[in-house]
Design a protein around this ligand. Structure first.
Ligand SMILES: *[C@@H]1O[C@H](CO)[C@@H](O)[C@H](O)[C@H]1NC(C)=O
Length: 501
């Protein structure tokens, strides 16, 4: 007799089942707490319109449910609503998946985007990063990967244990970490506890760390010792070299034989500069275009160049000269001693500025962009970038509005072709727009709003010294997401004539 009511309850229950989710949706004011109170969290930064995100959603839900009982939590953040939070976490594409162990230990999720794979990856991530080793397992462990690290410390030495575990947690995706407190094993390896031995399949086979255990020192040791004396630059290694903090010396050659020959020749220089300058060969057939980024000609190999990776300065070695041990040694020594000037690529300074948008090149960058009396808005663009082309007419309009306003001598709207001019700014994608305010040029502000004339005017008025606001005529604002195109591989892969790293 209660059929109707039961039926209604049944519907309600079904609806509850359909919407209950084990994925926690986080916002700016809940994110930090959630990450801090859970040992390990996988977070997905997504946008509702993104196709890959939609495909991931059911897989992600399933993984969240199976991982919940293991206290591994899955969360998601809608970046169209939480712009600031996503920016804070360096989100540049969707979906971005990151593993959080607290707020300070964050690593990218590197597994496939399927429920079973997410589950198994996260379970592995939740296990201790350091394997405890014994006499029976040490030999096997040494061969577990190209590079493995083993720490030897006393059972009572809690501090060393803790420090080593901390480094292992951070670098666990890169290398296997093991530890033992068996003094006999340390003796057999020829070290006294506490010590770390890094075993590698290349170069001298192993490297030993014997200083006091300090997380930063161990990390630095690991990075240096795990980098081959002369490695190879390619899509898998490029970002490691760029983030190493050391300059990179490139050996460009078209064949494997030639790369080996020059590597053998330059080995003494690489040895002398170990930990100061990284050395690597690069396949000039596949990545010859990259020579252009180092201000080398792209049709004359073999070639040699050094890139200062922190300031992104280029030091090409004269391609008319032969690559000899003696000359390269002098070149590298001079570079290390600060005696070589970086090469600056620049288009010629325009004789006259034609349109309302001021054209900046490397050679007039300081005069125009760093002019302390003016608020300068600068767009970094690439000729092949579609978003830049879409912006161009609006940017012209913006410049014209300022040019005929009372602020015409105070506000400069400028652009620079960042592929033809070496600029001091770190540019992550195209277009990048920055405002260099008068009087505080070192505090340039990067624009992240929608690319409309209206919003750009607001940005200039809010961040410039002169609070210069102009009124626009009949432009319709649209809040399209301000996508950028990568300066490196992603965009390059889509344009065949750009075979970049
Ligand atoms: C390091 O400390 C952990 C946690 O206390 C312990 O389980 C592990 O056995 C220690 N490692 C060694 C090699 O003593």
């Amino acid at each position: 007799m209660h059929t109707a009511r039961n039926f209604a309850l049944g519907l309600l229950a079904a609806a509850a089942v359909a919407t209950a989710s084990d994925v926690e949706q986080l916002k700016k004011d809940t994110f930090d707490d959630f990450v801090k109170t859970n040992d390990i969290v996988l977070a997905e930064f997504f946008a509702p319109w993104c196709g890959h995100c939609k495909a991931l959603a059911p897989e992600y839900e399933e993984a969240a449910t199976s991982l919940k009982e293991k206290d591994i939590r899955l969360a998601k953040i809608d970046c169209t609503e939480e712009t600031e939070l996503c920016q804070q976490h360096g989100v540049e594409g969707y979906p971005t998946l990151k593993v959080f162990r607290g707020l300070d230990n964050v690593s990218p999720y590197k597994g496939p985007r399927k429920a079973a794979a997410i589950t198994s990856y996260m379970i592995k991530q939740s296990l201790p990063a350091v394997s405890t080793l014994t006499k029976d397992t040490l030999e096997e462990f040494k061969k577990a990967d190209k590079v493995v690290l083993v720490a030897f410390f006393d059972a009572a030495d809690k501090a060393s244990n803790e420090t080593f575990s901390k480094v292992a947690d951070k670098l666990r995706d890169n290398y296997p970490f093991g530890a033992t407190n068996d003094a006999a094993l340390a003796e057999a390896e020829g070290v006294t506890a506490p010590a770390i031995v890094l075993y590698k399949e290349f170069d001298e086979g192993k490297a030993v760390f014997t200083e006091k255990f300090d997380a930063e020192a161990i990390e630095k040791f690991t990075k240096t010792a795990a980098t081959p004396l002369i490695g190879e630059v390619g899509p898998e290694t490029y970002s490691d070299y760029m983030s190493s903090g050391l300059p990179l010396a490139y050996i460009f050659a078209e064949t494997a034989e030639e790369r080996k020959e020059i590597s053998d020749l330059l080995k003494p220089v690489a040895e002398a500069q170990r930990g100061v300058v990284n050395f690597a060969t690069i396949d000039a057939k596949a990545f010859g275009a990259h020579a252009g980024n180092l201000n080398l000609k792209t049709d004359k190999f073999p070639a040699f160049a050094i890139q200062e990776t922190v300031k992104n300065q280029k030091f090409p070695y004269d391609q008319e000269k032969a690559i000899t041990l003696e000359d390269i040694k002098t070149f590298v020594d001079d570079f290390v001693a600060g005696k070589v000037d970086p090469s600056i690529k620049s288009e010629p300074i325009p004789e006259t500025q034609e349109g309302p948008v001021t054209v900046v090149v490397a050679k007039n960058y300081n005069d125009i962009v760093l002019d302390d009396t003016k608020d300068v808005l600068l767009e970094f663009y690439a000729p092949w970038c579609g978003h830049c082309k879409a912006l161009a007419p609006k940017y012209e309009e913006l410049a014209a509005l300022y040019a005929k306003s009372e602020f015409k001598d105070k506000v400069v709207i400028a652009k620079v072709d960042a592929t033809l001019n070496d600029v001091p700014d770190e540019v992550q994608g195209f277009p990048t727009i920055k405002l260099f305010p008068a009087g505080s040029k070192s505090e340039a502000v990067t624009y992240s709003g929608a690319r409309t004339v209206e919003d750009l005017i607001k940005f200039i008025a809010e961040n410039g010294k002169y609070k210069a606001s102009v009124s626009e005529e009949g432009e319709e604002a649209s809040a399209a997401p301000a996508a950028t195109e990568s300066t490196t591989s992603e965009a390059a892969k889509q344009t065949e004539d750009h075979d970049e790293l």
